[in-house]
Design a protein around this ligand. Structure first.
Ligand code: SIN
Length: 296
């Protein structure tokens, strides 16, 4: 469906319209300026478990505080390290908002990731406990390019030939902390020349999703990844096979942005990639990152 602006319904009911692709659905009839009711939240959480990526279209003019309030309904929010710092962009928004933008003001980028391609990845898997979700909201979009694609990592696992399923079971992978998704070296890291020296969290290649109980591939990002204990050539060859398989076109859905769209993705069972766009045009997004709920 091409969901146009979707006014909230008087009776508060919302509906779920799947994209028809391997993942993704529109949530129709929910006004993001209002916190979700219990009933709405239940529909959203079920749709999210079923479709992995949700789009809320037709919410122009949402404030950072409103995005924070919506995202907080799904779990505790991560905070970026320092307000107004160069790292991740100079701005004075609440710490729960990460600005993703190529806009430069007074010589300083107001956000991260610029205008280049962001390679396939899941967010911050170089940490032992990566965020469970991100919510990305568009305030300004370029006339072309800058689309965001997602892949379904349950499908990546389910569609593996049986022999490969057996091979990856029990394997663990090092997830590189040194480079971000646009290829920039993070502050405080040295470039990795040999993936066996990669620094970052170690995760199982096959994970069980804590909500759905389904198995998915968990690959993080390709650059500098290393399958623990394997000879380097074997690790490289197997990772290349898994990455080519996981990012097949039939496992994808692409979000073509409109101003006022918010996309909520499950970081545990999807990966995403952002197309480059003309650096002379402006793209401005707010992103929240949602953590796992701590056990009581
Ligand atoms: C990201 O990789 O988190 C950003 C995606 C985008 O800019 O569309």
């Amino acid at each position: 469906m091409s969901a146009q602006a979707q006014p909230s319904r008087m009776d508060g009911t919302i509906s779920v319209v799947p994209t028809g692709a391997a993942l993704g659905a529109d949530i129709v009839g929910y006004d993001m300026r209002q916190p979700p009711t219990e009933e709405q939240l239940a529909v959203i959480e079920q749709a999210w478990a079923d479709h992995l990526v949700l789009r809320f279209r037709g919410n122009p003019g949402l404030t950072g505080e409103q995005l924070i309030r919506f995202s907080s309904a799904l779990g505790p929010l991560d905070k970026r390290p320092v307000k107004g710092s160069l790292r991740g962009g100079t701005n004075d928004l609440p710490l729960e908002i990460n600005v993703i933008s190529n806009i430069v003001v007074d010589g300083k980028p107001i956000g991260g990731l610029g205008a280049g391609e962001a390679e396939w990845h899941s967010d911050m898997t170089y940490k032992d406990v990566p965020p469970k979700a991100s919510c990305l909201y568009s305030l300004e979009i370029p006339p072309s390019g800058g689309g965001t694609s997602f892949v379904n990592m349950y499908k990546a696992y389910d569609d593996l030939p049986p022999e490969l399923k057996r091979r990856v079971e029990g394997l663990r992978c090092v997830h590189d902390a040194s480079i971000n998704s646009t290829g920039e070296l993070r502050e405080g890291y040295v470039a990795v020349n040999d993936p066996r020296q990669t620094i970052g969290a170690i995760h199982s290649v096959v994970k069980v999703h804590p909500v759905t109980g389904r198995k998915c591939l968990f690959l993080g990002r390709r650059r500098n990844a290393y399958l623990v204990g394997l000879p380097l050539e074997e690790s490289e060859a197997l990772l290349d096979t898994l990455w080519a398989h996981a990012t097949r076109p039939e496992a994808r859905w692409t979000q073509v942005w409109q101003v006022g769209d918010a996309i909520l993705w499950d970081n545990r069972c999807t990966m995403h990639q952002r197309d480059a766009f003309d650096s002379a045009s402006r793209r401005l997004m707010y992103r929240t990152q949602i953590g796992e709920r701590l056990a009581a």
